[in-house]
Design a protein around this ligand. Structure first.
Ligand code: ADP
Ligand code: MG
Length: 229
């Protein structure tokens, strides 16, 4: 992940939120307050508008800026949750390497300004930890975590097996979509949907759905970058 890829990823998320805002709002109207599509669209439209003017030297700075904008622009639960996720991913991506960190396996060592897949996995893990810290939800609560956690596990497994960023991100996107679909039979235990109790069963979680879109955007972006290289 380099600065250009971080920018393209966030722009791809903004495009996906534009395309899918009605679907996300529909899902939120069944078990929430019908604003998730509008929230995500407003947030990422603001990010997409601000980023071209933002001169960043590292991919982490792009993602920290994205998170900060989401926090300031998006109301509701998802703004602070996604905001803190992107801020944590960005900070972890830019954190100095441990002094004895081994080079990327099979490569000629990490390139300046480019984070390899295992480092991206660590950064995504920091993002998930941020969501858990803030929202206190766990797997099975019918939230974005039910897409994020399996996506991270699949990303990490692919990276550990030598997969490149495009391969790891594709595995993550597939797992996120599976996790998203698995929220349908769950009863919500966190957020607005939990007020419905058993009536939340039978509906796909909106936040898990937007998380799957975010991972699919990463997979598409990384595949396009790989094809162009
Ligand atoms: P609000 O619920 O405030 O209207 P949104 O509609 O934008 O905010 O987002 C709702 C989504 O936020 C839910 O579908 C769920 O995935 C996610 N969510 C809500 N509470 C939590 C939480 N405590 N931890 C993780 N995700 C949560
Ligand atoms: Mg809502």
């Amino acid at each position: 992940m380099d600065t250009a890829l971080a920018r393209t990823w966030v722009q791809a998320i903004a495009a996906a939120m534009d395309t899918h805002k009605d679907r996300l709002t529909q899902l939120d109207s069944a078990i929430g307050d019908a604003d998730h599509g509008a929230n995500m669209h407003r947030g990422f439209a603001a990010v997409a508008a601000a980023l071209p003017e933002y001169d960043a030297a590292t991919p982490g700075l792009i993602l920290v800026k994205t998170g900060s904008l989401l926090i300031s622009v998006v109301g509701g639960a998802s703004g602070p949750l996604y905001g803190s996720a992107f801020r944590s991913v960005g900070k972890a991506l830019d954190a100095p390497e441990a002094p004895d960190a081994p080079d990327e396996p099979g490569g000629s060592g990490p390139q300046a300004g480019t984070a390899g897949p295992e480092r991206v996995a660590d950064a995504l893990a920091a993002g998930l930890a941020g969501v858990r810290r803030l929202g206190a939800a766990t797997e099975g609560d019918k939230t974005m975590i039910d897409a994020y956690a399996p996506a991270l596990a699949a990303f990490r497994a692919s990276a550990a097996a030598g997969g490149d960023l495009a391969e790891a991100a594709a595995a993550a996107a597939d797992a996120a979509e599976e996790g998203m679909r698995a929220t349908t039979p769950m009863q919500a235990r966190k957020g607005r949907a939990s007020y419905l109790g058993p009536r939340s069963v039978g509906h796909q979680d909106p936040g898990a759905t937007s998380t799957a879109l975010i991972f699919r955007a990463l997979a598409d972006t990384a595949a396009a970058a790989k094809a162009a290289a």
